[in-house]
Design a protein around this ligand. Structure first.
Ligand code: MN
Ligand code: MN
Length: 469
């Protein structure tokens, strides 16, 4: 448009007064697209290295050490600019960059989670049925069970022997590794199954993983397939069947993170929820130098099952870490909390034109429209939401706009269509001003979720702006 051209009254009013949402690709500087691509390459590597919360912690710690972070121990002397981390039981991670201001001025927290929906093995999982070997599973988080059959699966986790010795298990993502799968009915015999509603067609107890079929040779005993598998497991891990009792083994989709689309504008992967925000919070913190306020990155476990448990966001582990930092400056924890700000970084639902009926278009997040901020989540009458105040939302707008972050407002779906929540409520309960924000996702909680690269990068940029505000 000719800049000197006189606007009509209507054009001027529309320009000055109306709120218009725009695709991020029409707003982003072309030079910035290189940074988007470079960032997403790092993110895809993070995804491939971390298929469970434990693996994500390991990878995050390695990245943090590379950026000059050191393990925190209670009582350690701290000065502005110091970079520290604390692992909670191998499953959650807290990192901090000490600010110029004292902790009584509050901290800025980026809180995300690194657990994702999956199939956990039961504690007595191994059995044989009609000469096929299986693992029994108990699904973790909100999955749509029909999506988890007939896809390749990997097995990740730990076996802790009675002695306390911990053995890492990772089968499927190594070169030449075998995979696992769950079988489904052939269409030819699915007449009855096909009449069932989606949530009943594949019952939870039928999610049994096929793990072998070759019976022990020259043997007359029972369960020859199972015994042969136990022999393999014993050789590889030094375990017996009883050791499954103290194991945490998870079956996860055997998909690596890949570009999606002819234009490579999207990333398809298992576990975007919530590793896409976890990586954004982490990568941003690793770049923060001498912030005004102390910047904290929290990578929590157990969000997908309610943030319960000792490694979840409701655990006092977070308070203990912050209390220790505060003690080093003789600041009461409550004084720190009440001046703090938290960006609860979790994914939101991206508007999907294939299922338009469940979204309310004016308030949905769109792929490529940037980081999605949610004033509230919850279900029905905002039940379970932390519902950030207008003041907090205004603060975030100010910081993000000043840093040139492309962002949008988001709401999960139509009123009364369902709903959800995340760690925001648990941070708010601590007397910390909290706002939800994160990357819009297509096919959330499925084995292969999809996100837009531009949104991934803008969430990283937004987290960095918050830490540095
Ligand atoms: Mn999540
Ligand atoms: Mn989730």
């Amino acid at each position: 448009m000719d800049e000197n051209k006189e606007l009509t009254r209507g054009e001027r009013l529309r320009k000055d007064l109306a709120y218009e949402r725009k695709n991020g690709y029409d707003r982003v500087e072309p030079e910035e697209l290189e940074a988007v691509e470079a960032y997403c390459t790092g993110y895809k590597q993070f995804l491939d290295a971390g298929k469970t919360e434990r693996e994500c912690v390991d990878r995050a710690v390695a990245l943090a050490q590379g950026a000059g972070f050191r393990a925190y121990e209670r009582g350690m002397e701290l000065k502005p600019g110091d970079k520290i981390y604390k692992v909670n039981r191998g499953k959650a991670l807290m990192l901090a960059v000490l600010g110029q201001e004292k902790l009584d001025q509050g901290v800025c927290i980026g809180a995300a989670h690194i657990d994702s929906p999956r199939l956990d093995l039961k504690q007595n999982p191994l059995y044989e049925s009609d000469e096929l070997g299986f693992f029994k599973t108990h699904y973790y988080g909100g999955i749509r069970k029909y999506q988890w059959v007939t896809i390749p699966l990997e097995l990740h986790g730990v076996i802790v022997l009675k002695s306390g010795q911990s053995i890492r298990v990772s089968v499927g993502n190594g070169e030449g590794d075998p995979l696992f799968t769950i079988d489904d009915l052939l269409p030819h015999l699915a007449t009855d199954q096909s009449k069932k509603p989606l949530h009943e067609a594949i019952p939870g107890e039928s999610l049994n993983i096929l793990i072998g079929s070759r019976p022990l040779r020259n043997d007359e005993g029972k369960d020859r397939v199972k015994i042969a598998i136990l022999e393999l497991l014993n050789r590889k891990y030094g375990m017996t069947e009883e050791d499954f009792i103290s194991a945490e083994l998870c079956a996860v989709p055997a998909f690596s993170a890949r570009d999606v689309g002819f234009d490579r504008s999207l990333i398809g992967a298992y576990g975007h929820d919530d590793r896409v925000c976890a990586y954004a919070s982490l990568a941003a913190l690793l770049q923060v130098q001498n912030p005004r306020r102390t910047a904290i990155c929290m990578l929590a476990d157990k969000e997908e099952i309610g943030s319960e448990g000792v490694s979840g966001m409701q655990s006092a582990a977070f308070d203990a870490f912050l209390a220790d930092l505060c003690a080093s400056q003789n600041v009461p924890l409550r004084a720190c909390y009440e001046k703090s700000f938290c960006l609860s970084a979790d994914v939101t639902a991206a508007y999907d034109p294939n299922f338009a009926e469940v979204y309310e278009k004016r308030n949905s997040a769109f792929v490529n429209y940037g980081m999605g901020m949610c004033k509230y989540t919850g279900s029905r009458g905002k039940s379970g939401a932390s519902d950030a105040s207008a003041e907090v939302v205004a603060y975030a707008r100010r910081v993000l706009d000043a840093a040139g972050v492309i962002w949008q407002m988001a709401e999960l779906g139509k009123v009364d269509q369902g709903g959800g929540g995340t760690v925001a409520a648990f941070m708010a309960r601590r007397n910390i001003d909290t706002l939800d924000a994160g990357v819009p996702v297509l096919s959330m909680h499925s084995p292969f979720e999809t996100v837009g690269k531009l949104d991934c990068y803008m969430t990283f940029k937004g987290m960095k702006a918050m830490y540095e505000a």
